[in-house]
Design a protein around this ligand. Structure first.
Ligand SMILES: [Zn+2]
Ligand SMILES: [Zn+2]
Length: 354
């Protein structure tokens, strides 16, 4: 089925009808170490033991680039992966992914591959993306998202959503046919920005097998525009979408890197039974340094490949998003882990149960 809509998906509509009733931060338990007013902290729901998500990170491939392309004057070479995150919302039994990372499969096998396939290259990507590969020298993922799903003893047919932080090639590719009940969810404005993609638009860096309704083989849903009342402010973020309407998983509008760019904020339980937040930052920043040095100068990219001269479509707006993430981290301290898609080490991972 090929479907793209800018209206609210029925699943989310259903959830959001209960939105107001579940948005009960007033029940938060005061914390003795809290020094900031509550409206400058993420929600505390210590008495709610049901509203959380479980999260499992998976490495996908490797990209190599000079550190100076990430942060000005940085020395050395970065070899970063592109993380994808499996998530489960126990309360509703919903299995879903945030980002897909780098593809692992050859173009000729794109629609037919099985878990047994070991053919790995990057020819599934449009020619314009492959020209970018001369810069990033990526290595394909050794496993497919389907194999990663099965490694958790999860049936791929049970996957309901694949939420994509943004449309760049290292975060999404066509869904495997075994994800037969899944839809892909993207940020507002993504479709018009990326459509129709290659091959209808021969020089496009976006794949028509995702963005072209004629070629797509799965439902693509777009989050509602920011003018929708379903977006609420969640300090310091001006637009947050309470995905399950229970405060366990928010999609965050995170402009600057690319049109439609989103991050996510997940409430997780540590192996010690305490509550933390994980911010899945996608490409809001490209290394952990920006969480702690939000004013660090962006690295330089060749303008032939990146017209803005940096990895962000709009550097000034991306800086504002980074500043919000940094402020959030500063206030939350060890109660918040910030995980970028290309971060080398996932901070605080040692506190979670895998
Ligand atoms: Zn990106
Ligand atoms: Zn990326």
């Amino acid at each position: 089925m090929s479907l793209c809509c800018t209206i609210l998906p029925p699943f989310l509509k259903l959830l959001c009808s209960a939105f107001a009733g579940c948005y009960s931060w007033s029940k938060e338990k005061p914390r003795s170490k809290m020094s900031l007013p509550q409206d400058k902290k993420l929600p505390r729901q210590d008495l709610d033991t049901e509203s959380y998500v479980e999260i499992s990170p998976f490495e996908t491939g490797r990209m190599k680039t000079a550190c100076a392309t990430l942060v000005e004057a940085a020395q050395g070479v970065s070899t970063a992966t592109s993380w994808r995150f499996f998530l489960r919302h126990p309360k509703t039994g919903t299995n879903f992914w945030f980002d897909m990372g780098i593809s692992h499969v050859r173009a000729e096998n794109c629609w037919l591959y099985t878990s047994a396939d070991t053919l790995q290259d990057l020819s599934v990507y449009p020619p314009s993306v492959q020209s970018l590969h001369k810069h990033f020298k990526p290595k394909p993922s050794q496993r497919s998202i389907e194999e990663d799903t099965r490694s958790l003893h999860i049936d791929p047919r049970s996957i309901k959503h694949i939420i994509i932080s943004h449309g760049h090639w290292d975060h999404l590719h066509p869904l495997p046919s075994s994800f037969s009940n899944a839809n892909m969810i993207v940020g507002a404005g993504s479709s018009s920005h990326c459509s129709p993609g290659f091959p209808r638009s021969p020089d496009s860096k976006f794949d028509g097998h995702i963005w072209d309704p004629e070629l797509r083989s799965f439902p693509l849903l777009e989050l509602p525009p920011l003018s929708s009342p379903l977006w609420k402010s969640l300090w310091p973020f001006s637009h947050a979408y309470d995905f399950f309407a229970d405060g366990s998983f928010y999609l965050i509008d995170a402009p600057g890197h690319m049109v439609g760019n989103i991050a996510a904020l997940a409430r997780v339980k540590t192996k010690h039974g305490t509550w933390k937040w994980v911010l899945l930052g996608g490409d809001c920043a490209h290394c952990n340094l920006f969480t702690y040095w939000p004013g660090a100068p962006f690295g330089k990219m060749p303008k032939a490949l990146f017209p803005s001269g940096s990895l962000h479509e709009c550097g000034a707006t991306a800086r504002e998003t980074i500043a919000k993430i940094a402020e959030c981290k500063k206030n939350e301290g060890s109660d918040l882990f910030v995980w970028y898609a290309h971060g080398e080490i996932l901070e605080g991972a040692w506190e979670l149960r895998w």
